[in-house]
Design a protein around this ligand. Sequence first.
Ligand SMILES: CCCCCCCC/C=C\CCCCC/C=C/C(=O)SCCNC(=O)CCNC(=O)[C@H](O)C(C)(C)COP(=O)(O)OP(=O)(O)OC[C@H]1O[C@@H](n2cnc3c(N)ncnc32)[C@H](O)[C@@H]1OP(=O)(O)O
Ligand SMILES: Cc1cc2nc3c(=O)[nH]c(=O)nc-3n(C[C@H](O)[C@H](O)[C@H](O)COP(=O)(O)OP(=O)(O)OC[C@H]3O[C@@H](n4cnc5c(N)ncnc54)[C@H](O)[C@@H]3O)c2cc1C
Length: 664
Amino acid sequence: MEAVDYLAEERRKAEFDVEEMKIVWAGSRHAYEISDRVSRLVASDPVFRKDNRTMLSRKDLFKDTLRKAAHAWKRIIELRLSEEEAKTLRFYVDQPAYTDLHWGMFIPAIKGQGTEEQQQKWLPMAYKMQIIGCYAQTELGHGSNVQGLETTAKFDPQTDEFVIHSPTLTSSKWWPGGLGKVSTHAVVYARLIIDGQDHGVHGFIVQLRSLDDHSPLPGITVGDVGMKFGSGAYNSMDNGVLRFDHVRIPRNQMLMRVSQVTREGKYMQSDVPRQLVYGTMVYVRQTIVSDASRALSRAVCIATRYSAVRRQFGSQNGGPETQVINYKTQQSRLFPLLASAYAFKFVGEWLKWLYADVTQRLEANDFSTLPEAHACTAGLKSVTTSATADAIEECRKLCGGHGYLSSSGLPELFAVYIPACTYEGDNIVLLLQVARFLMKTVSQLGSGKNPVGTTAYMGRVEHLTQCNCEVQRAEDWLKPSVILEAFEARAARMSVACAKSLSKFSNPEEGFAELSADLVEAAVAHCQLIIVSKFIEKLQQDIPGKGVKRQLETLCNIYALYLLHKHLGDFISTGSISPKQGALANEQLRLLYSQVRPSVIALVDAFNYTDHYLGSILGCYDGNVYQKLYDEAWKDPLNETVVPDGYHEYIRPILKQHIRNARL
Ligand SMILES: CCCCCCCC/C=C\CCCCC/C=C/C(=O)SCCNC(=O)CCNC(=O)[C@H](O)C(C)(C)COP(=O)(O)OP(=O)(O)OC[C@H]1O[C@@H](n2cnc3c(N)ncnc32)[C@H](O)[C@@H]1OP(=O)(O)O
Ligand SMILES: Cc1cc2nc3c(=O)[nH]c(=O)nc-3n(C[C@H](O)[C@H](O)[C@H](O)COP(=O)(O)OP(=O)(O)OC[C@H]3O[C@@H](n4cnc5c(N)ncnc54)[C@H](O)[C@@H]3O)c2cc1C
């Protein structure tokens, strides 16, 4: 059999209806149709070509990004694309650009923190891209500690203006995407100072560049922070540095939904919580969870298809060697990642719902679910991005040597993805926020206030800290109630243990710092419980299509039992399960790998990714890997000449040195 036929043969083995699974993956038939149409539109447009991206110089890459962003905007207008279609277009264009921050943070910041009047003034211009904005929060000296920002906004009652200033080197804004070379405006986070009194960090709309010739306005120093990790990758983005030298803006450019400054310089707070100033981050963290499933599914699609094509060892009587996907070690590394991609997809959908719900409540001045929304977005952002970053690297290794080639698509995907563990909140810092939320929840148990939402399980803490797992045979691990209780017991016991240890410290903050590593582990256990439980909830829905639900059940079990195996120490040391039950879970996991094996190619086909989007020779749909790798090699600039540039200067003199030496 030719390499090109391997995937066709695999597709024949699928035990479910792939077309129906495509709809489940997309979220709805409507979303599937949009995704399918727009991905083909992008793939067939030469402006969106990206196969040469990693070869471009920084300047050429940046100009290419500007061209793509302008072309995308033109197509959005010409084709009258809806918001959903435009977002899908951005996703398939697959090149980080200033527009991500304009649409993803600048506009949401004004929507979430601006008054009605401010929204009416700024949003129409932003929607038409008559102004382009970014989100300027982080500084050279402070990122995680938002309260520690140094930029100042002093109110000048004489002129009814704020004076924005960078008092120190460390107060220089540093990192904001789109700031370096493109943004005309920014939402700038600065300390509000009135009459010498510091009112903490607030958001201000500041114009940075002229709308006529794009030059920085007086008092503004702005530029790009420089090359980042990897070739291509996030270097298409102009992450920027910005300093203010007493820049004046009108008073009405402070975002005033949360607090206001009057003409007389009086500081007033609305009855909305101060934390709404952080609202844009909650919004973006929620979108990052869905992005994790996209990046992970892309890497998994590449590694799965290649693993079915690649053969090593095991040839019998001159027959073909074994497909590497049939090695149990390959399966135990790859299949949990496939299951994780589906798990992150469904938890991302749920988080989107949670965010919509909290937004609706906020509009009605109900702030009760804000702390949970913060904890869920922070925790799930952290857990899904860390797992995805590790998984992309694992997929590279699963593809052996060829995974290290740029044309595999994996090195660039890794380089572009890993900052997700840092931006929108360093993952450890965010898990500590979840831990604070959990410790608060535990401390309130027994106070008559029942925990709700994702911490509702804590309401059964007495049972969960005493219950015994009922598993006696491997197949008992297939019961959703058994899996759920094991994950709930582990999470509850880890939180309770941390709370007990904390109570021994006379200074709770000192205790929190001392125990922070354990607290992070408790937070991870809680977040993994959320992901597992949302996957199980998804399966309670009506899911049509032959064999679709069954495949999803298998994936859900793989995801849960893989986590259980990986964190066996937690489960056993908390007494949530016994060592024997841990061994039975692993036995069941092996059986599940065999069960899902015939369908794995179809399960990655269900992502419905075009070859253009995947950007990988190893992952192409037809599986014609070797011919494509061979052809691609000859396109490298080094192969433009047979004898390389530099031969006469640097190679020939070495090769000929014996002649020179002989003459001496
Ligand atoms: C191959 C091509 C592929 C292309 C792929 C491209 C993909 C592109 C996808 C996406 C694009 C994304 C682009 C990303 C751009 C990045 C942007 C940024 O990074 S913006 C900057 C983000 N910065 C941070 O996240 C900073 C992190 N720090 C904080 O959030 C906070 O300071 C804190 C650490 C959470 C809190 O610190 P602190 O302890 O000082 O807290 P306080 O401020 O005192 O507040 C304490 C109380 O407030 C509650 N709280 C905190 N945060 C929130 C919140 N966000 N919402 C609600 N409540 C909050 C906290 O719980 C405390 O409550 P109580 O205990 O007092 O009740
Ligand atoms: C590609 C990229 C794009 C970005 N885009 C933007 C943007 O558009 N706008 C913007 O404003 N910002 C942006 N940022 C900045 C980003 O939000 C910050 O880098 C991020 O919040 C982390 O902050 P930091 O750099 O200060 O890390 P630090 O907080 O300095 O982290 C350094 C180390 O210290 C640890 N640490 C810090 N605090 C604690 C603690 N309390 N307890 C335990 N450990 C701790 C961290 O875990 C980490 O290991 C971007 C960053 C990147 C990389």
